[in-house]
Design a protein around this ligand. Sequence first.
Ligand SMILES: NC(=O)c1ccc[n+]([C@@H]2O[C@H](COP(=O)([O-])OP(=O)(O)OC[C@H]3O[C@@H](n4cnc5c(N)ncnc54)[C@H](O)[C@@H]3O)[C@@H](O)[C@H]2O)c1
Length: 381
Amino acid sequence: MWRAAAKRLVDGALAGSRAAHAIQSNPLSARSKKIVGVFYKAGEHADKNPNFVGCVEGALGIRNWLESQGHHYIVTDDKEGPNSELEKHIEDMHILITTPFHPAYVTAERIKKAKNLELLLTAGIGSDHIDLPAAAAAGLTVAEVTGSNTVSVAEDELLRILILVRNFLPGYQQVVQGEWNVAGIAHRAYDLEGKTVGTVGAGRIGRLLLQRLKPFNCNLLYHDRLKIDPELEKEIGAKFEEDLDAMLPKCDVVVINTPLTDKTRGMFNKERIAKMKKGVIVVNNARGAIMDTQAVADACSSGHIAGYGGDVWYPQPAPKDHPWRYMPNHAMTPHISGTTIDAQLRYAEGVKDMLDRYFKGEDFPVQNYIVKEGQLASQYQ
Ligand SMILES: NC(=O)c1ccc[n+]([C@@H]2O[C@H](COP(=O)([O-])OP(=O)(O)OC[C@H]3O[C@@H](n4cnc5c(N)ncnc54)[C@H](O)[C@@H]3O)[C@@H](O)[C@H]2O)c1
C-alpha cells in the first residue's frame, strides 16, 4: 500500500500539500521523514532565475525528489517566536535544514522540544546559529556543505577591500545624488598595491583570499590556530603571525575569516580594535558577533577604523536601528556573499547528497560534520 502510494507520488499523481496529506495519513509510512527547511523568501524575485534555489520558493530544488520518496517537506521563512511556522513543526520534525543567510536560531530550548529531531543540515557554511553543545548533548548530527561557497565569499571580500581602499562608495553616491566633487573622494582613496593585508583565519576562505590577493602585490599576513602547509605558504607568499595582537598593528587591511565559536565571539572588542592601525580597513564576512557591535561603530565614528565592510550581522535580519547601518564609511550589505546562484546550486546539491546518504544509512563527507556522535568539530571545541 505504501509502495503504491509512493509510486503515485513518483508519477506526479499527487503533488504538494495533497502528497503531504497522503503521507501523513498513511499508517504504513513509518520510514517517511518530516523535513523542515527555513530559507529567505524571494517573493517577486522567485521566478527571475530558474537556478534561484536557495529561497523558500526554490526550496533547494529537492521538493519533488523528497516527496517522490514519501517524505513530507515543509519550507518557510517564518522562524522567530512562539507562533512562527517553524515553531509549529519543531515537536515532530525529523530533519531541519537551515541557512546562515536567514538563520533559524536553534536554541537549547528548541532542541529540547524537538523530540523527533535527528539531523540538522546547514545549507551553506557556518552553523553557529545552532546551539552546538546542546545539539551534541541531545545526540543530534549537525553538518554543513563545507567548501560550497568558499570562492563566493573570497571574491566578495576582495570586492569589499577594493571598494573601501579606493573610497568607491562616496563617489557612487555623488553620482546618484547629482553631485560632482573629486576632492571629496580623492583625499582618502589609495592603491591596494604595497599595503599590508592580514587575514584572521586562513582556512578555506582565508587561504583563497590570500591567493586572490597575491597578484595585487600586497604584503600578506595571516593568523590562525594552524600554520598553512609550507609549500602552499610559499606559493601564496603569506607570513604566519602566531600572535594576533602582534599582527594587527602591522595591517592596513584586516579581514576576518574564522568561524564564530566561544573563542572568537567578541574577539574584536574595544581593546583589540585599539591595537589596529589608525585608519585601518576591516572586512568581515565571517560572523557579526565576532565583533563588539558598538566598539566597531565607535571606531568608525572616531576614524580609527577608516572603513568597515561585510555582510554579516547579529541578529539577522539586522534590525532597523542596528548601529552598523548608520556608522560612517561602511560597505555593509545584507548577508549575501555566500549565496550567489553558483553557491546556491553547490549547497543545494550538497544538502541533497547528505539527505540521500542519510536515508541510505551512509556517512557524510568527513569535513561536513560539525557535530557527530556527541562531539563538536575541533575548531568549535
Ligand atoms: N558571509 C557568508 O556568506 C559566509 C559564507 C561562508 C562562510 N562564512 C563564514 O566564514 C567562516 C570561515 O569559513 P571557511 O569555509 O573558511 O572555514 P574553515 O573551517 O575552512 O576555516 C576556518 C579557519 O579559522 C581558523 N580558526 C578557528 N578558530 C580560530 C581561532 N580561535 N583563532 C584563529 N583561527 C581560528 C581555523 O583553524 C580555520 O583555518 C565560516 O565559519 C562562516 O562563519 C560566511
